[in-house]
Ligand binder design. Sequence first.
Ligand code: ADP
Ligand code: MG
Length: 226
Amino acid sequence: MTAALRATGIEKTYGQGTTAVHACAGIDLQVDAGELLVIRGRSGSGKTTLLNCLGGLDRPDAGQVWIGEHELTAMREADRVELRQRHLGFVFQGFGLLPMLTAAENVEVPLRIVGTPADLRDARVAELLDLVGLSGHRDQRPGELSGGQQQRVGIARALANEPQLLIADEPTGQLDAHTAASVMDLLRSLTTQRGVAVLVTTHDPLLAGRADRVLQLHDGALAGTP
Ligand code: ADP
Ligand code: MG
């Protein structure tokens, strides 16, 4: 079976000479369909840099990334953008919702981007809001929703185009412990019920309990089984 994500020898350095920071210092990683992989690491350990390289938001200095069969690092920028739009979902610590749009409109954005017809968009948005337990909140704007609800909208939006891989960078970082646990439960259910591969970073030790596998990132290097 092809892995949802495979990466080998990922390196990324910021700066030069004595001030250089090796944010990724040779990382090998694989995430399979239906797997919830958690990467733990302190602030500054390289989590965001790694996820940005894996998700094609940034280019590593060295190494290769495959999303399913597609080798991301070899692609032209336009092809990478299209691959991100169609095959990847991103979830952010700060939710990243558009404040002037309702919950439903936020979820609809990725569907509009890929040109999904209006009737199909409506049905899909309703299904996604139902999936994350927010059917009753479709017309509320982010400012009218709790942090946990906003992150559920963020997850629904990330799933809009049925990605095989969800990448979530500290998705619970702004949530209280109880709400964080329920968001992790939601991510967990996506892997078991929909076969989505989910890669999550956190520095919260409690959240790792829901993972299939936990890797520890220290100064740009991983410990554990890649
Ligand atoms: P984390 O997400 O785990 O907090 P980051 O990937 O943000 O870690 O950062 C890893 C290291 O790289 C840190 O030392 C950080 O200061 C440095 N770094 C991150 N982004 C940049 C940048 N754009 N320019 C220079 N240094 C950076
Ligand atoms: Mg970070």
